[in-house]
Design a binder for this molecule. Structure first.
Ligand SMILES: C[S@@+](CC[C@H](N)C(=O)[O-])C[C@H]1O[C@@H](n2cnc3c(N)ncnc32)[C@H](O)[C@@H]1O
Length: 806
């Protein structure tokens, strides 16, 4: 019997029962596909399978209609319909027809063989019109056509059911029977082509599906969730947008699971996940909503924290790490990155397909502070680094996430306390980096307001390259900016020291110091300093030494000055015994530690008596006539600064100060006091010219050996003035008696002690971030001193400035 004959025979039977042809044909079409165009099972028992299928379909249609009617009274319950195109109405009936087949088969107790997979694979896209067309073709053609149909490949039956009404769903699920390899409840997700997933997502009955999925079985949920996830990817990929980087372009044609991996076992995916995946009906909307993190993003993101997402603009991926953490920590699984809009500061990661990755700090709470000024990013980093050092973070405690959050906090903290002032033109390099949202706007405004816009500065040949880009990030490098911006300098030494020494202003109410940095003292004019190898006798050097003098079992001639023992340890620290002896000379009984000169250079102008000079212990370092090398342990001061130091605004009235950024053990060489070498007369004249308003560095008199000479010529009575030129020591503030640094005279180039180096060593262990202080030796009661003493605010309980204390 031919196909047409068989069809007519079947229709004759159904017509006899009053069933219109157009209603029975879809059912017949489905059954033929189920049985792979084998009519015998359909014709058996007087078309029992066909009739069962038909009546089931009618029954289901009734249920559907009832639900449709119910929903008409409540438009809010029908979002899926509204979201879908009108053409998808057909799919409903098709889906219902499909569902009828399952039940019909079960009622007919037909074992599911390989051919039954056809039911599950049948897409709702197969319209009845098409099936009739097919039916008019030869069977082999129909089969070929079916094989070519991309829809009808390997989708498990459960997936198909997932698009149907609750009755069908629960029926299939209640059996708890995972279908076998042919019925394929355990059908591998890998067998699901992407095209399937797209089609699954456009099912119009999403709402019904959600309700039913709440009690769906695992296989169903897995397939559904995968399908949805794939859909997100596939649709977005086709538009060139990624909805999430957890779902990269699926080149391997491997469907991805809920966690973005193609191999995850479906058993690992909880049903709740499946529900979340399934309630995403709008691929397009999903992409568009990315900017404010609609549910699809959050669901997918939760699977892979830290993943990047591409925004709806397609230019950059933007993800709020902080909000992501908030979201991920959410117990209730509330979706969306609405944490973004909270007051939490957070870090944004931006990336583009070209490999550009940018971080931006959103210090949102700064908006609430009218005093917020964007701090220098280097200062922020330094601040953060110093805090990390202070906290002594160990490897086990370290967290990059925490670090980034701390970075935001540091930025905000420094920004809040910064008032904005002049950047010192002596800054060799000042790097300003800020976010467009606050800093760059202010930056641009200020720059233009002062006639120093980016363009102006470029015209003037300044290295001021402002890069304002589309991602709201600004990165500006500048030199010698005269506008009041941030007062932070990366390296005040201009690279002339072994280490960089930064300057940070955390208060913003102090002008930057105006001075010239120099690493070594320099004669101003009249000072007489005679440095020559000829003046260094054999007794004052160790020409026969080699390598490191400290490693020699017998100390060389250079240790003679310090009692035949080197002042330094192998570790480069001052020996405690030597240091303590130096300290006691400064604090000892008054008369015992002073020597008096006959004709005191300091008193010549006033004709007053010498007030005494403290007897000092000298260190003598090896030098050029010595046979040792530069790494010799007896060459500490001449090798220069090695500690990490920072100039900072003290904020307590003392102006700028110096602090260490590292722990310093007792006896560490910090720095030398460097300045212009003036004669006493020159200093006097300089003071007379001074208008008194500038903050003086308080010159240091090089009088450690004055007591050994009867009369000193003016050009031999020297002092160091770092007011206009000096090194980092010019920032060290005074502290009475219990300062943590002490100065020790060091003989290096010349045995003539009219000039010597004044080296500052730690008098005790000092913690990182402690301010470094030094007792200037000021006599606050001496009103005749050429330099008027400041009101001491050292805070020491031993403060000598009695007036101040009263
Ligand atoms: C060598 S400078 C120190 C750096 C200085 N604070 C600055 O801002 O440039 C010495 C000056 O600092 C100030 N100073 C230092 N120690 C002080 C203290 N204990 N109390 C008040 N002012 C102090 C005084 O103005 C003094 O003349």
């Amino acid at each position: 019997m031919g196909i047409n004959e068989r069809l007519l025979k079947a229709l004759k039977v159904t017509r006899g029962l009053g069933i219109p042809d157009e209603e029975v044909k879809p059912v017949l079409q489905d059954l033929l596909q189920v049985y792979e165009w084998n009519w015998e099972p359909i014709e058996a028992e007087e078309y029992r399978v066909l009739l069962d299928g038909y009546f089931e379909s009618k029954e289901n249609q009734g249920v559907e209609d009832e639900k449709e009617d119910n929903m008409k009274h409540d438009g809010s319950k029908r979002p899926s319909k509204k979201l879908q195109g009108a053409g998808q109405e057909d799919q409903v009936s098709s889906a219902v027809a499909n569902s009828s087949k399952t039940l019909a088969l079960e009622k007919a107790k037909m074992p599911l063989n390989r051919s039954t997979k056809g039911i599950t694979e049948l897409s709702q896209q197969c319209s009845m019109d098409r099936s009739i067309e097919l039916s008019s073709q030869p069977a082999d053609k129909q089969l070929n056509s079916k094989r070519k149909d991309p829809i009808s490949s390997h989708l498990p039956s459960t997936d198909r059911k997932s698009s149907h009404d609750g009755v069908r769903m629960s029926h299939a699920v209640d059996s708890k029977q995972p279908l076998d390899a042919h019925g394929s409840s355990h059908t591998s997700k890998q067998n699901i082509p992407t095209s399937h997933c797209n089609r699954k997502l456009i099912k119009p009955k999403t709402k019904l599906l959600i309700g039913d999925m709440s009690h769906c079985s695992e296989p169903l949920s897995v397939v559904s969730s995968v399908g949805c996830a794939l859909c997100c990817l596939s649709a977005n990929h086709s538009t060139g947008n990624w909805s999430s980087l957890t779902m990269p372009p699926n080149d391997s044609k491997q469907p991805l699971d809920a966690h973005g991996s193609s191999h995850t076992s479906k058993q690992n995916i909880p049903t709740s996940h499946c529900n979340k995946k399934l309630i995403k009906p709008k691929t397009k909307l999903l992409i568009g909503d990315m900017s404010h993190c609609s549910e699809p993003l959050s669901v997918v993101s939760s699977a892979v924290p830290g993943s990047l997402v591409r925004s709806s603009t397609g230019n950059h991926c933007v993800k709020s790490v902080a909000s992501q953490f908030v979201h991920f920590d959410s117990e209730d699984g509330a979706s969306g990155c609405n944490g973004n809009t909270s007051n939490k500061n957070h870090l944004n990661v931006a990336s583009s397909a070209t490999g550009e990755v940018k971080l931006s700090l959103n210090c949102i709470s700064a908006l609430a502070n009218p005093n917020f000024r964007c701090p220098n990013f280097d200062a922020v980093l330094e601040y953060l680094e110093s805090n990390l050092r202070t906290e002594k973070i160990t490897a086990s405690q370290f967290s990059v996430r925490k670090l980034l959050e701390d970075l935001c906090d540091s930025y905000l903290k420094l920004g809040k306390s910064t008032g904005g002032s002049v950047i010192n033109s002596s800054s060799p390099e000042v790097v300003i980096t800020g976010g467009e949202s606050l800093s760059s706007r202010r930056l641009k405004k200020r720059a233009s307001g002062n006639g120093n816009s980016e363009r102006d500065l470029n015209k003037k040949g300044k290295n001021y390259s402002g890069i304002l880009n589309s991602s709201n990030l600004v990165n500006i490098q500048q030199q010698r900016v005269t506008t009041r911006l941030f007062r932070n300098i990366r390296d005040i030494t201009k690279g002339v020291e072994n280490v960089k020494i930064s300057l940070v202003d955390e208060f913003g109410n102090e002008d930057l110091p105006n001075f010239t940095y120099m690493p070594q003292s320099t004669i101003y004019q009249g000072a007489y300093i005679h440095i020559s190898l000829a003046r260094i006798s054999d007794e004052d050097c160790c020409s026969s030494c080699s390598g490191d003098c400290l490693s020699s079992s017998i100390p060389c001639a250079c240790a003679r000055e310090t009692g035949g023992e080197f002042a330094y340890t192998q570790q480069g620290l001052l020996k405690e015994k030597f240091l303590d002896a130096c300290l006691s000379m400064l604090t000892g009984v008054h008369d015992q530690r002073l020597v008096y000169c006959q004709d005191c250079p300091l008193e010549r102008s006033t004709n007053e008596q010498c007030k005494g000079h403290i007897i000092r212990k000298f260190i003598k370092e090896c030098w050029r006539k010595c046979g040792c090398n530069m790494n010799c342990g007896n060459r500490v001061v001449q090798r220069g600064i090695t500690c990490e130091l920072q100039v900072f605004l003290t904020g307590d009235g003392k102006g700028w100060g110096l602090r260490t950024l590292q722990d310093l053990p007792k006896g560490t060489f910090v720095c030398e006091y460097v300045g212009e070498i003036l004669t006493n007369t020159e200093l006097y004249e300089r003071n007379m010219k001074s208008n008194g308003s500038e903050r003086h560095t308080y010159p240091v008199t090089l009088d450690a050996d004055w007591g050994s000479e009867r009369i000193l010529k003016d050009e031999e009575a020297l002092c160091l003035d770092a007011t206009y030129s000096g090194n980092v020591a010019r920032f060290i503030n005074h502290r009475c008696f219990d300062a943590n640094l002490t100065d020790i005279p060091v003989e290096v180039e010349t045995p003539d002690r009219h000039y010597y180096h004044l080296a500052l060593f730690t008098a005790r262990n000092i913690n990182a971030l402690e301010e470094l202080t030094w007792d200037y030796g000021i006599d606050f009661s001496d009103h005749n001193h050429p330099i008027k003493a400041f009101k001491c605010g050292c805070g020491s309980t031993f403060c000598r400035d009695v007036k101040r204390k009263c």
